[in-house]
Design a protein around this ligand. Structure first.
Ligand SMILES: Cc1cc2nc3c(=O)[nH]c(=O)nc-3n(C[C@H](O)[C@H](O)[C@H](O)COP(=O)(O)OP(=O)(O)OC[C@H]3O[C@@H](n4cnc5c(N)ncnc54)[C@H](O)[C@@H]3O)c2cc1C
Length: 497
């Protein structure tokens, strides 16, 4: 494969290579920069913050979209495929542990409602593996999901919680021992949706870019304005936090500014409808728990006091918590839309203050304690967990007008201008593929045959780092960002407590 890529890249591009600017170094911008620089294209990644992938959090790899009952099967199938591609390109960013989905008795739905979509997802996963065995990154296709009856869970109560999983049911022992089983509908679901670590993703992106001579990274640098050049291309005015303004010229510009994408759209007078939503997850420490934990989802109706509760495990007794109620993860007036005059939805200043500066300690404590109580409805002993750090938070863009859209990637507007519009991290690779195809269509890659480049993901530098090297860099980033270093480690059968 490497030889093939090298041969393709030896085809003449243009007499001079196109210069490509990527504005925004979140998951989307970093992935696009790596994808292009690994192929030998000249890229400049402009990020206003100090490091890459430092925006809203990521903890769950949506390999099937099973957290979202309200979205279409098509979106779920797309998320499955995109997640498989993500694991293949960034294996060390993944925490390999399954997800349990349980429906409280108060929930209007029934576990049986989940089955038809799971069957479709399993068939799709099996077909992907049959077509290409390297797609088998979520375990055996026929073990993609499994339902467990009350009797099967009761049989696990009292068993010591294992340190390593040797069979799928080992992941259920902590759940069986700590959950108030009488409040849950049976069967419960175990599905191979893994964890995805923002710190480890950031570490891989930073290390790879340091080793890719074709990518120039400009951190602490904000794009202040963009103007279309007379002949072709763009003039981008940037402002470094400590330096004078600087004018740079590019043939192609990619807007990957996440929830601030509308600001760049406004600079180039590109119209776009989008939503922006501010949300937060909380970090708690529960060192008393012991052994292997899966991620646990207690379904519930979003935006009501019974909104979904999500417990995401990390090593050393740390947990990330979501509660889809307005006093935990969601916020009153936290969802805003663009207007006829501006492609940038306007969040209230209190949210921008939280994003750009910091949260008042009182609010951190109040919301984290509520998230602990929300989980303790189902796992009573969890009430002894303590606030561990500041929350993990941010705003995300959702293109269009449907707040339930979860699988989106890219849109094009002006000549040589693309927008990355991912809602979930796993869509970043398909955004990069679509932009690569658009670059070729616009003639900027000369006569190169793009098909072989699109049919595979070529990331030799990004994939060259060992798991230990990724952990070391990720731990450093977690420290710099004031989070527990345990959040940067993998949860692969690690013993808690
Ligand atoms: C609470 C919460 C939990 C989430 N959990 C998950 C999850 O479990 N799994 C999942 O897949 N997704 C999750 N998401 C969504 C995920 O965080 C987003 O999909 C992802 O961060 C979007 O990446 P992005 O690169 O498009 O944008 P961002 O990560 O927002 O990156 C945009 C970057 O652009 C930079 N920028 C902005 N304006 C400028 C400018 N003018 N000049 C230079 N740089 C600029 C910013 O500094 C930022 O670094 C969650 C989101 C939230 C809010």
């Amino acid at each position: 494969m490497a030889k093939l890529q090298k041969r393709i890249l030896k085809q003449p591009l243009k007499p001079t290579q196109p210069s490509i600017a990527i504005i925004g170094g979140g998951v989307a911008g970093s992935t696009i920069a790596l994808r292009f620089a690994e192929l030998g294209l000249d890229t400049t990644l402009i990020e206003k913050g100090p490091s890459l992938v430092n925006g809203p959090p990521i903890c769950h790899l949506h390999a099937g979209g099973n957290l979202y009952r309200e979205i279409s099967d098509e979106q779920c199938l797309k998320l499955l495929q995109q997640s498989i591609d993500t694991v293949k390109v960034y294996p060390h960013s993944v925490n390999v542990r399954p997800t349990i989905i349980a429906l409280p008795k108060t929930d209007k739905g029934s576990p049986d409602d989940l089955r038809p979509r799971l069957d479709k997802l399993q068939r799709k996963y099996a077909a992907l593996v049959e077509n290409d065995p390297t797609n088998k990154v979520l375990g055996e296709p026929d073990e993609y999901f499994k339902f467990y009856s009350r009797e099967e869970i009761d049989a696990l109560v009292g068993l010591p919680i294992p340190k390593q999983a040797s069979q799928p049911s080992d992941w259920l022992i902590s759940f069986a021992n700590y959950t108030q089983l009488d409040n849950i509908q049976f069967p419960i679901l175990l599905v191979q949706e893994y964890g995805l670590s923002a710190f480890r993703f950031a570490a891989i992106a930073m290390m790879a870019i340091e080793n890719l001579p074709n990518c120039v990274l400009q951190t602490h640098t904000q794009v202040a304005s963009i103007n279309e050049r007379e002949v072709s291309g763009w003039t981008v005015l940037t402002q470094h936090k400590d330096g004078p303004p600087r004018e740079q010229h590019f043939d192609y510009v990619i807007n990957a500014c996440g929830f601030r994408s509308g600001e760049i759209d406004d600079m180039v007078s590109a119209k776009r409808q989008r939503l922006v939503e501010f949300k937060a997850a909380y970090v708690a420490h529960w060192p008393q728990c012991e052994g292997l934990w899966p991620e646990i989802i207690f379904h519930g109706e979003r935006g009501t006091p019974r909104g979904m509760a999500q417990l995401t495990p990390y090593p050393d007794g740390y947990f990330q918590l979501h509660g889809m109620t307005h006093d935990i993860t969601l916020f009153d007036n936290g969802l805003v839309e663009s207007s006829d005059n501006s492609a940038q939805p306007q969040l209230e200043s209190a949210f921008i203050e939280k994003i750009d500066k910091q949260w008042p300690q009182q609010v951190i404590n109040k919301r984290t304690e509520r998230s602990i109580e929300h989980l303790a409805q189902f796992i009573p002993d969890f009430s002894s967990a303590k606030v561990a750090s500041q929350p993990m938070f941010g705003a995300q863009q959702i293109p269009g007008q449907d707040p339930d859209l979860r699988a989106a990637d890219v849109s094009f507007d002006k000549k040589h201008y693309a927008r990355a519009e991912i809602v979930k991290a796993s869509s970043a690779l398909s955004a990069s593929d679509a932009i690569l195809a658009n670059l070729a269509e616009s003639g900027l890659l000369g006569d190169i045959d793009i098909a072989p480049l699109l049919s595979s993901h070529y990331f030799p530098v990004s994939q060259s780092f060992t798991e230990e090297a990724v952990t070391e860099y990720a731990v450093m980033l977690a420290e710099q960002r004031n989070y527990s270093t345990s959040l940067a480690k993998t949860f692969k059968g690690v013993v808690n407590g």
